[in-house]
Design a protein around this ligand. Structure first.
Ligand code: FAD
Length: 396
């Protein structure tokens, strides 16, 4: 008996962990629990929004994990976890036992923390921060918008899923508007004063879109405190009301709710983990990866979820044989498309130093400012290469 591992969540973290557990030791029994039969990636969903990609092109299934790697895939929701008994209760009514559990449930929305933004409001003012029907809804609204309309985006404070994501989205919406609705604009109302790759984004916006994108930061009264989804209106901290034609609210977030059921979240709503192995600090034999964790300075990215999953797979395989886990290293690169042929990126390398996750000194960085168009075009190509490679690595 080499051990049984249950993995909850078949996104970037969970699917990778399941596959790499089998690769680390094929004798380990690996069960992946994921409700969806088709997973739509958030990465490149902004391209769908901008009319540059089909939903099909960002859809991934679980056949390969099952048929090629020997992962047992169960399409169900994990409804409860008993950490002491080492069991997972499924929506199908059955119960799974585990020796080790991996949770990669991604994010959930903190409903009503932003006044007026609840599940009903999300139907009218989509967040599209989980890809799928929300993405399609926002795309349909954008397509139906009259020329001359304003796409208003509400951007959250840190920490949240995909730090550069809102700004890539604003870029690709502006790209669509420039072509099809030239009198329209994008207004970003932001709860913070700085954002990821800000200088590079702003340089690109000026270069490609002139004044089509307006960004209002916290200090300029950018923080939205109330949403009226019926009227497509938002109100800021100091009482300014902005009227939208399409309203995209990216609300505050927390770890996927099953993490709370497992008892591994803290007051922040996220999951603290042991840096070397990503085992929960609060429950033995439960490993948590991806967006649900507190892993700063690593960002909440698909790239990091995938990297953390591999470290966890090796750590679990070692622990099942009572061997120590090897030293962990992680990397991250987040590409963003400012335009279809204009890519920028940020990269980082991380390891554990003095008991915490730290960026390796002298590593990483962002794309150069004032780079020639050929550099931006190359990075846009790298972004597509990255997307194909990571999806292959995760589900293929
Ligand atoms: P997910 O990939 O969301 O997977 C979670 C899975 O868990 C889901 O399939 C869900 O159905 C399942 N689940 C949840 N609860 C349960 C339960 N109780 N039982 C069973 N299953 C459950 N990252 C990048 O690296 N590069 C990018 O270019 C990039 N672009 C992005 C653009 C946008 C617009 C957004 C929103 C995000 C982007 N990201 C990007 C971030 C990336 O999507 C996330 O960091 C990544 O998905 C995190 O992986 P995860 O495994 O933690 O969660």
């Amino acid at each position: 008996h080499a051990g049984k591992v249950v993995v909850v969540g078949g996104g970037f973290g969970g699917a990778t962990a399941a596959k790499y557990l089998k690769r680390a030791n094929p004798a380990i029994e690996v069960v992946l629990v994921e409700p969806a039969e088709t997973f739509y990636t958030c990465p490149f969903s902004n391209l769908h929004l901008g009319g540059l990609r089909s939903m099909d092109s960002i859809a991934h299934g679980y056949d390969e994990l099952q048929d090629r790697y020997g992962v047992r895939v169960i399409h169900a929701t994990a409804e409860d976890i008993d950490a002491a008994a080492h069991t997972v209760k499924l929506s199908t009514g059955s119960e799974l036992e585990y020796d080790r559990l991996v949770l990669s449930p991604g994010i959930d929305i903190r409903w009503n923390v932003l006044e007026g933004y609840d599940e009903d409001a999300a139907e009218k003012a989509p967040h599209a921060w989980k890809a799928g029907s929300q993405t399609e809804k926002l795309r349909a609204q954008l397509e139906a918008m009259e020329d001359g309309g304003t796409f208003v985006m509400v951007a959250p404070d840190n920490p949240f899923r995909c730090p550069p994501g809102p700004y890539e989205r604003a870029s690709l919406v502006a790209n669509y508007l420039a072509q099809y609705k030239p009198k329209s604009k994008v207004l970003i109302l932001d709860a913070k004063d700085n954002f990821s790759k800000q200088g590079l984004f702003m340089e690109g916006w000026e270069r490609l879109y002139g004044d089509r994108i307006e960004w209002v930061g916290l200090s300029d009264d950018g923080r939205v405190t109330r949403v009226d989804a019926d009227r497509l209106e938002v109100e800021t901290e100091f009482g300014t009301v902005h009227q939208a034609d399409v309203l995209n609210v990216i609300p505050p977030q927390k770890a996927g709710w099953i993490a709370e059921r497992a008892g591994v979240t803290d007051d922040s709503g996220w999951v603290p983990v042991k840096p070397e192995t990503f085992e929960s600090q609060q429950a033995e034999d439960i490993y948590v990866i991806g967006d649900a964790t507190v892993a700063a300075p690593m960002p909440k990215s698909g790239f990091c979820a995938n990297a953390q999953a591999k470290v966890v797979a090796v750590a679990i395989a070692a622990s099942l044989e009572s061997r120590p886990a090897p030293a962990a290293h992680w990397t991250n690169t987040c590409y963003s498309l400012v335009g279809p042929e204009y890519g920028i990126s940020v990269a980082g390398v991380y390891r554990v130093k003095d008991g915490v996750i730290a960026e390796v000194e002298g590593s990483g960085g962002v794309s150069p400012m004032d780079a020639p168009d050929t550099t931006r075009a190359l990075e846009a190509e790298y972004a597509v290469g990255w997307y194909n490679a990571i999806c292959q690595d995760t589900w293929g």
